[in-house]
Design a protein around this ligand. Structure first.
Ligand code: ATM
Length: 235
């Protein structure tokens, strides 16, 4: 039995958490087995990495390369420990951010080599690729005001290194999401998240519902087994 893998993407203030909450509750009410995860994080190891990336007292010295590798270290743990086993059991996995965030934030935001990031992603996730990615779009001004409000109200101990970046960084992240929307084919669906919560939830459901109907019998398999990789490996 194969599960369904759905990711949410977008900048601060796009309402991802609210929409993930609404969607997972709806699926649970239908009697589906659902797991809601987040990146970076989602495992004990991943949550420690998340703390290092975002809140640790010494993280101001972090280099972009370190950031890229830590994002992927957290992802590797999540894929192997949680996502693949859950999909194998036929569960629905809903994840707040996945590899598209690395393209947007490290590729475009940090201006790192996108092709290198794609190769690294392939190494880390293999063919554990989301069946559907919902990209919630809000203008830069909306995410900026949400981010600045949070920054100014947070105790110093809870400061978030990534949210301290300047406007030009987040402008580049937006351009990254534009590129992901343009290149993502039918996997990536952009939703205007400036609308009220309910219309956005209805649009989310419009994309999710048809995938529920074709699963598990007719759906594409989300990933290969380790054994299949070994069989394909040269030599
Ligand atoms: P949230 O869980 O609050 O979205 O924070 C995660 C942060 O990590 C978010 N930062 N901001 N601003 C996006 C960032 N991030 C990356 O830079 N690369 C990644 O690959 C992922 C998964 C997240």
């Amino acid at each position: 039995m194969e599960g369904l893998f759905i990711t949410f993407e977008g900048t601060e203030g796009s309402g991802k958490s609210t929409q993930i909450h609404i969607l997972t509750n709806r699926l649970l009410e239908m009697g589906r087995e659902v797991m809601a995860l987040r990146e970076p994080g989602g495992t004990a190891i991943g949550e420690e990495i998340r703390h290092t990336l975002k809140h640790s007292a010494s993280n101001a010295a972090m280099f972009p390369e370190t950031e890229l590798l830590l994002m992927n270290a957290s992802r590797s743990q999540l894929v192997h420990e949680v996502i693949r086993p859950a999909l194998c059991k036929g569960r629905i996995v809903v994840c707040d951010r996945f590899f598209d965030s690395t393209i947007a934030y490290q590729g475009y935001g940090r201006e790192m080599d996108v092709q290198l990031i794609e190769r690294l992603t392939e190494f880390v996730v293999g063919s554990t690729i989301p069946n559907l990615t919902l990209l919630l779009r809000v203008p830069l001004e909306v995410s900026e005001s949400r981010r600045l409000t949070r920054l100014n109200s947070q105790p110093v101990a809870q400061r978030d290194r990534l949210e301290e970046e300047d406007r030009s960084f987040f402008e580049r992240v937006e351009r990254g999401y534009d590129a992901i929307a343009a290149a993502g084919g039918t996997r990536v669906r952009s939703i205007d998240a400036t609308q009220a919560v309910e219309p956005v939830a209805a649009e989310v459901w419009r994309w999710v519902e048809p995938l529920l109907k074709v699963r598990p019998e007719q759906g594409e398999r989300a990933f290969k087994t380790i054994g299949e990789y070994r069989n394909e490996a040269p030599g």
